[in-house]
Design a protein around this ligand. Structure first.
Ligand code: ADP
Ligand code: MG
Length: 647
């Protein structure tokens, strides 16, 4: 029988793009910039880099292909390595934040758009590349939009460099215009008709409608896999649990339905499962975020269930507030999602919304994002005037202003808007400016060892503590052990203790299990910490430790996060110090429900039913003046009584 690699190689020739190989190569040779449009699944991402490699482009330099999503970069690289027949990380590799799976040998490199942006900092002309592919350009992520302008400039000074802008939708005209009327090439895809059905159960909860629809398809429709679009890990897990229960209630044999979740934080080993064909006679149900909209092609899908929502980043430049919001998708997205059911035969798409209610396209991220990180990167690249930068769609001017103000307050820019020594050091860290300032700022408080641990733990996200549904009380008790002794000390310090205790037990998995800690997340924190440690060395900050001086640690946290300070109000809620905005301690915080601290610093805000502060720690208001004298004034921290409303 054939090996996986052999099979994968044979499948290459069946892809729609295969018939256009020669024409494509010719066009790439003749045009420095080419815009390629092709249906999802036609083979753009996996095949074009291979064609270029086969045609000899890698003799002159690497082929870089950007992806907006981490999972896509990893998954596609692993597929291509398989097709080429090499070990992942050798000739074919990927690079995502905190994870570099490439080597000296690597000639085909998949990476997140954010990583290429970072590479430009050390390799401004991208000398080690012969071709750059900006893939999934239609997603218009913040990094992709910035890359457009930067690679356009690089192309001008590197006539040998080839640039490919690849997109799944017809926004191509706009890309072409932006790149000085670049040639557009359409790859005709295979597309079967898709029947679109609108349905609405009288259910307040669309997840319940999703489950009912899956059950109904399974009971009444011919065999074929189902793809469900959900907004994130939590929803996916809820649907997975409830669907399994429902299937059992109905007496469905476990073998009949195979549930495959796919989202960004899913462990790598489980990601591959989504691509495996279902066993004969069984039906695969893929529960995906909008990663499956265009980034990943899952074959064999015949039914799509689309509730019509996705999670997007939203930023309010006035208040400096950033949140992930569940929002209705655009018409363009709805079309893409429906199209996923018609790749291998006629399909059916069950829409739980009315398509008439949707906006035509999604607003590019650059127009609804916090720009601090991007502005700092641009400044570090020597781009002084960010207002006149060659944006494809410019961000609101006040968002740029807000970013400049924040960077100035953090000490990353001087009063002329030029990058400072502190700013240059901050840029070395692939994290948000507030977090990098916290790290750089730890030098002064002689606690860099503790601070990089905290930074690593924060970077892992909110998956450190494990809270199984049937053992919540035990899990919560275990968690509170990390807070005892120093009441109100806060989540940052608790995270530090978790890490240090784990380390003391020789990074034991069993210890994690006993304490309701996710060992996978801890291992990831350790990897991230190692990298932060390397960067600390690189910029010459000594590793100093001050484990018993919690005030020093808190001051270092404030050095980066002083804009995130909040003050207790009479009714038990908090108010942001500089903004008229009410926020709450997150129920998962160790500070939730205990006697409240008057002043808090928080890591981030999450919006669910309310604006919650996630990861909070107590602090002293006078530190704000000491640490951020340009940002806070005495009147901000004075103990004023709530003023009577003035007419
Ligand atoms: P496009 O970029 O045009 O949307 P891709 O190159 O990503 O298309 O995908 C082409 C085909 O490659 C898919 O239809 C799928 O069969 C296969 N494929 C891609 N990634 C994987 C993977 N990780 N595992 C298995 N098959 C994959
Ligand atoms: Mg693709």
């Amino acid at each position: 029988s054939k090996t996986v690699g052999e099979k994968a190689r044979e499948e290459r020739e069946l892809l729609p793009i295969h018939g256009y190989r020669e024409e494509l190569l010719k066009l790439i040779e003749e045009n420095q910039v080419l815009v390629i449009v092709g249906e999802t699944g036609s083979g753009k991402t996996t095949q074009i880099p291979q064609y270029l490699q086969e045609a000899g482009y890698t003799k002159r330099g690497k082929i870089g292909c950007t992806q907006p999503r981490r999972v896509a970069a990893m998954s596609v690289a692993s597929r291509v390595a398989q097709e080429v027949g090499v070990k992942l990380g050798h000739e074919v590799g990927y690079s995502i934040r905190f994870e570099d799976c490439t080597s000296e040998k690597t000639v085909v490199k998949y990476m997140t758009d954010g990583m290429l942006l970072r590479e430009l900092l050390t390799e401004p002309k991208l000398d080690s590349y012969s071709v750059i592919i900006i893939d999934e350009a239609h997603e218009r992520t913040l990094s992709t939009d910035i890359l457009f302008a930067l690679v356009k400039d690089v192309a001008k000074v590197r006539p040998d460099l080839r640039l490919i802008i690849s997109s799944a939708t017809l926004e191509a005209k706009k890309f072409s215009e932006y790149f000085d009327s670049a040639r557009i090439y359409l790859i005709p895809g295979r597309r079967y008709p898709v029947e679109k059905l609108f349905r609405k159960w009288p259910e307040p909860d669309y997840l319940e409608t999703v489950i009912r629809t899956v059950v109904q398809i399974h009971q009444t429709e011919p065999i074929g896999d189902i793809l469900v679009f959900l907004t994130g890990q939590e929803e996916i897990e809820t649907v997975e649990t409830n669907l399994k229960r429902r299937m059992m209630d109905l007496g469905t044999k476990g073998s009949e339905i195979i549930i495959c979740p796919i989202y960004s934080n899913l462990p790598t080993e489980l990601q591959a499962k989504v691509f495996e064909p279902a066993r004969k006679g069984s039906r695969k149900v893929v529960l995906a975020t909008n990663i499956a909209e265009t980034s990943l092609t899952i074959d064999g899908i015949k039914y799509v269930i689309d509730p019509g929502y996705c999670k997007i980043n939203s930023y309010n430049p006035r208040t400096g507030m950033e949140s992930l919001l569940v929002t209705p998708i655009s018409k363009a997205s709805a079309e893409q999602r429906a199209g996923r059911s018609g790749r291998t035969g006629p399909g059916k798409c069950f829409r739980l919304y009315n398509v008439k209610d949707l906006e035509p396209t999604t607003i590019p991220e650059i127009q609804r994002a916090n720009l601090a990180s991007v502005v700092l990167t641009l400044k570090s690249l020597g781009i002084q005037d960010v207002f006149n930068f060659d944006f494809m769609d410019p961000p609101p001017a006040n968002a740029l202003l807000k970013a400049l103000e924040l960077l100035y307050a953090l000490g990353a820019l001087d009063e002329n808007g030029e990058i400072t020594k502190v700013g240059e050091r901050m840029v070395e860290f692939p994290v948000d400016p507030m977090l990098s300032k916290m790290i750089v700022g730890s030098e002064k408080y002689k606690c860099s060892k503790e601070i990089i641990t905290i930074a690593a733990m924060l970077s892992v996200g909110n998956s450190i503590f494990y809270r199984p549904k049937n053992k919540q009380v035990l899990a919560d008790t275990a968690r509170m052990n990390f807070y005892v002794g120093t009441e109100n000390v806060g989540d940052h310090i608790a995270l530090l203790r978790v890490y240090n205790d784990w380390k003391e037990r020789n990074y034991s998995t069993e210890w994690c299990y006993d304490n309701y800690i996710q060992s996978k997340s801890m291992k990831r924190a350790r990897d991230i910490r190692d990298q932060l440690l390397g960067l600390l060395n690189k910029i010459g900050i000594e590793l100093t430790s001050n484990p018993n001086d919690l005030d020093a640690i808190k001051k270092a946290i404030l050095a980066g996060f002083f804009p995130h300070s909040a003050k207790l109000q009479k009714n038990g809620s908090y108010r942001r110090v500089k903004e008229p905005q009410t926020v709450y301690v997150h129920p998962n915080s160790g500070l939730f429900g205990v006697s409240p601290s008057k002043w808090l610093v928080y890591h981030e805000l999450v919006l669910t039913t309310k604006e919650y502060m996630r990861h909070t720690t107590e602090m002293k208001p006078e530190w704000l003046i000491e640490i951020a004298p340009h940002y806070y004034e005495l009147k901000d921290i004075e103990d004023t009584r709530p003023k009577k409303k003035q007419r």
